[in-house]
Design a protein around this ligand. Structure first.
Ligand code: IPM
Ligand code: MG
Length: 367
């Protein structure tokens, strides 16, 4: 029997609630297939800071080092609560960025997927949605402004200043672009390169490298689009996009816009892949305003399990079934309060009931 170790970092806010549903999915797969997942829970984020004084404690690092894959929930506190924690231990800076850095998970896959059954969630008009939205945003995750040099200080005249550096070298750019070309080659063979070369020298280098490696992928057509124009195009004509590649900060912003055109960040799972380790997480925050109420939709967390099954464990068939199971639940008209609009004809259920219905569908598909 195959055995996989999975570190579970449930995190803060709604993290533990949606992680509970993800675990049910993992256990259902185990029940039907010759595979065992050894689940290794560990403390991460603000909860870890309050327990140990560190947002990413050494004990958690050891568990993650040992794991074959990491499944992460959500981290973070409200703006006011966050300010009570020293700036470098706030969960984003103290846990999430160090996690990405430790495992050099440079390739961030953020599917923006709106199957027909979910069309009523989207704020876009049906004629704009057409047959559905099916985009793969590929975001560079361990470079750029996020990880460049930072300096804050006071000038001689007393004026406060800050420097943050957008740094990339050609190896970093090449490795993410190659990932994107390979994905585009397997899909519709169109790659949208998102850049800002009319202003940023980092984009000029990025585009130069893209031109150098493009001949290795002759079947892939490259379409260059400025990041600001891409933001508009995502709203006006999302159907033109299939695979989009971009640097870290652009990817942070455009992927949230991806959630926006679907109707919720709750529909945005993600995979963060490095050469030796991968971790999987919802693209959204910990939603402290609805935490503990059992109303958050676990789609992005369960979707992250589906991505883990496919990308870390080669279980493509089971992964597809997880997606299909969730879509069936939506298609049957069920949803959680956070993913419904007033006046829409849906049957409102809680987080755990949504998980139960996914398991019911999954049991059918797997048997
Ligand atoms: C994301 C998040 C993070 C990011 C935050 C929490 C640091 O917004 O994964 O998109 O900016 O990368
Ligand atoms: Mg973000």
């Amino acid at each position: 029997m195959k055995q996989h170790k999975v570190a579970l970092l449930a995190g803060d806010g709604i993290g533990p609630e949606i992680m509970k549903e993800a675990i049910k999915v993992i256990e259902t797969i185990e029940k039907h297939r010759d595979v065992q997942f050894k689940l290794l829970p560990a403390s991460f984020g603000a909860c870890a800071y309050y327990e140990t004084g560190k947002a990413f404690p050494d004990a958690t690092k050891e568990i993650c080092d040992e794991a074959d894959a990491i499944l992460k929930g959500t981290i973070g506190l409200s703006h006011e609560e966050s300010k009570k924690i020293p700036i470098d231990e706030q969960p984003e800076r103290g846990a999430l960025l160090p996690l990405r850095n430790r495992y050099q998970t440079y390739a961030n896959f953020r599917p923006v997927s709106l199957p027909k059954g979910l069309a009523h969630f989207s704020p876009l008009k049906p004629e704009i949605i057409g047959d559905g939205i099916e985009i793969m945003i590929i975001r560079e995750l361990v470079g750029g402004l996020y990880f460049g040099n930072k300096e804050k200080g006071t000038k001689a005249d007393g004026t406060r200043y800050v420097h943050e550096t957008l740094e990339y070298d050609e190896h970093q750019i090449k490795q993410i672009l190659k990932v994107a070309f390979k994905v585009a080659q397997k899909r519709k063979k169109v790659l949208h390169n998102i850049h800002k070369s009319n202003v940023l020298k980092s984009s000029v280098l990025w585009n130069e490298i893209l031109e150098e490696i493009a001949p290795e992928f002759p079947e892939v057509e490259v379409k260059n689009i400025l990041v600001d124009a891409a933001a508009t195009a995502l709203c006006l004509n999302p159907g033109q996009f299939d695979v989009m590649v971009m640097e870290n900060m652009f990817g942070d912003i455009l992927s949230d816009q991806g959630g926006g055109i679907l109707g919720s960040l709750g529909l945005m799972p993600s995979a963060c892949i490095g050469n030796d380790k991968a971790y999987y997480e919802p693209s959204h925050g910990s939603a402290p305003d609805i935490a503990g109420k059992n109303i958050a939709n676990p789609y992005s967390m369960i979707g992250s399990v589906a991505l883990m099954l496919e990308m870390s464990f080669g279980m493509d068939e089971e992964s597809k079934m997880v997606w299909q199971a969730m879509q069936s639940v939506f298609t049957k008209g069920y949803t959680t309060p956070d993913l419904s609009h007033s006046g829409s004809h849906v049957k409102i259920i809680n987080t755990d009931k949504f998980g139960d219905l996914v398991i019911e569908e999954l049991n059918l598909l797997l048997s």
